[in-house]
Design a protein around this ligand. Structure first.
Ligand code: SF4
Ligand code: SF4
Length: 485
């Protein structure tokens, strides 16, 4: 197996793997940042119940508050501590029904509905089911912890996915530095005795676990932005999703995920299992990692909290208020808390080409940076193929945070494409209006002609008298004496 083009060999730095996964106690309230609430304040809900579009209650309780913000709504659920399931969960009779009842969302970061993905490929007999266990980003170790502790359940979930999709083979991809996880998965594969499942050990190189990069490594498939793995006869699931499938099919969905807490400003790096909706303050307090409480590191430098990983994560303000309103969701695989010293100031690009050398998507980041507001050039240099891995940022000697510029440029493209869609819709509406006006004018003209035709052939009263007289004369009913002249 050869490494892919570009990328960077980064130290895995998987802190916290020496300890087992711990379960975060039920918080006093769960918070769901979502859209289109389907419940009202005061409603009683069950675990597995839809409380908003694409959001399910992760335990039973009652809705205590719903706040509507500009971009989303926040639903607050007070747990009753009983974890009562919806009847659909306990009555699910087949794997698809169980996955539907559990409302499973993929745990790999893209946030796709597992049900929709499976329904679109049910019995599709694609060649390969790929299980992404690469977890290539430094510090994130939630998938590795799952494989270390629950390999048989992971393989059980994979067997269910194979059964539903009827794929001909399954490749479980793991990076070569995850020696212990490789061993537990190997043993579980032996126990499972399914010859269609195989383990593929890939080089440890970031971003080898990104879906497009992983599939390219495994099969040579070059996915374009608009393509799905199924376009190349493959289907891809994250290893944590397979674990959740196992529990859903056992009619015991877990409605949560394993989250890594790591970074140089944490007291106790660890991997914890938390319900969806668990506020980050609760998570960090429980693990003794709330910012400001660190005793291991002096409070110097700028504090940052990233949700989702040191490179690909989104940054959050470290204030307690923000952490209280941010909660564990299916995409929250890690919380990285770090203190960083003064970063170097951005300098002008010196055209060294380092960024192009490491780009796994074979892009030219220096050109994308140069033309950051030029829509035509951004399209020409295929900005939309950028997977925002930040490899280019890491090697730039001018300290240019290229990926931040690319995110802004993508918004420009998005706006432009929305303008184009709006313009096309406006054009279509104008054309439809024109057609409608022409049609109505024709209809009015026809009506007028018809009226005229009717008037032309309708007999006047005098004409009718003459016609009647002629008819009587013809019939011999008019005598000479009847003649008026
Ligand atoms: S241009 Fe995009 S894909 Fe390429 S290295 Fe930079 S962030 Fe990664
Ligand atoms: S690495 Fe930085 S300085 Fe070098 S070409 Fe790319 S953007 Fe320019």
């Amino acid at each position: 197996m050869s490494a892919f083009r570009g990328g960077i060999a980064l130290a895995p730095n998987k802190q916290g793997l020496s300890k087992p996964i711990t379960v975060v106690p039920l918080p006093s309230e769960l918070v769901f940042n979502t859209n289109k609430p389907l419940v009202n304040i005061g409603d009683t809900v069950l675990a597995g119940q839809n409380i908003a579009a694409n959001t399910i209650a992760s335990t039973s309780g009652h809705i205590s508050d719903i706040q509507t913000h500009r971009s989303h709504s926040t639903i607050t659920l007070i747990p009753d501590g009983e974890s009562k399931y919806t009847p659909a969960i306990t009555n699910a009779e087949n794997p698809i029904a169980a996955i539907e009842a559990a409302g499973l969302t993929g745990l790999g970061g893209a946030g796709f509905s597992t049900l929709k993905k499976l329904q679109s490929q049910q019995c599709a007999e694609l060649v390969t089911l790929v299980i992404n266990a690469a977890e290539c980003e430094p510090m994130i170790a939630c998938d590795e912890a799952l494989m270390l502790e629950h390999a048989p359940q992971v393989i059980s979930g994979i067997n269910t996915l194979m059964q539903i999709t009827c794929c001909l083979q399954c490749i479980i991809a793991i990076e070569d530095t995850k020696i212990a996880a490789i061993n537990t998965i190997k043993q579980a594969l032996v126990d499972s005795a399914n010859p269609k499942l195989q383990l593929r050990v890939i080089p440890t190189r970031y971003p080898g676990g990104a879906e497009t990069v992983l599939l390219r490594q495994l099969s040579g498939a070059q996915l374009t932005k608009s393509q799905r793995p199924a376009d190349h006869d493959m289907l891809c699931f994250n290893v944590a999703t397979a674990y959740s499938v196992h529990h859903a099919v056992a009619n015991q969905p877990i409605f949560g995920r394993v989250v890594t807490i790591a970074g140089n400003a944490t007291n106790q790096p660890c991997n914890v299992s938390a319900l969806f909706g668990t506020p980050l303050t609760h998570l960090l307090q429980h693990t003794n990692n709330l910012p400001g409480s660190s005793t291991a590191n002096p409070p110097t430098g700028k504090m940052t909290i990233k949700i989702g990983g040191p490179l690909s994560g989104r940054e959050s303000n470290a204030s307690v208020i923000d952490l209280a309103n941010t909660a564990v969701d299916p995409n929250c695989n890690a919380i990285i808390i770090e203190r960083t010293n003064q970063t170097a100031d951005e300098q002008a690009c010196i055209r060294c080409g380092n960024c192009a050398d490491v780009c796994p998507e074979s892009l030219l980041p220096q050109q994308l940076f140069r033309y950051q507001s030029n829509v035509d050039k951004l399209n020409e240099y295929q900005l939309l193929n950028c997977i925002e891995c930040r490899c280019c940022d890491l090697v730039c000697p001018s300290a240019i945070q290229l990926t931040d510029y690319f995110k802004q440029s993508k918004q420009i493209l998005q706006k432009q494409s929305q303008l184009q869609v709006d313009a096309q819709l406006a054009e279509a509406r104008y054309a439809a209006r024109e057609t409608r006006l022409v049609r109505k004018a024709r209809e009015r003209e026809q009506e007028l002609l018809e009226k005229k035709r009717k008037v032309a052939i309708a007999p006047t009263p005098a004409a009718m008298d003459i016609a009647a007289a002629l008819a009587r004369a013809k019939a011999g009913l008019i005598k000479p004496s009847d003649k008026t002249s």
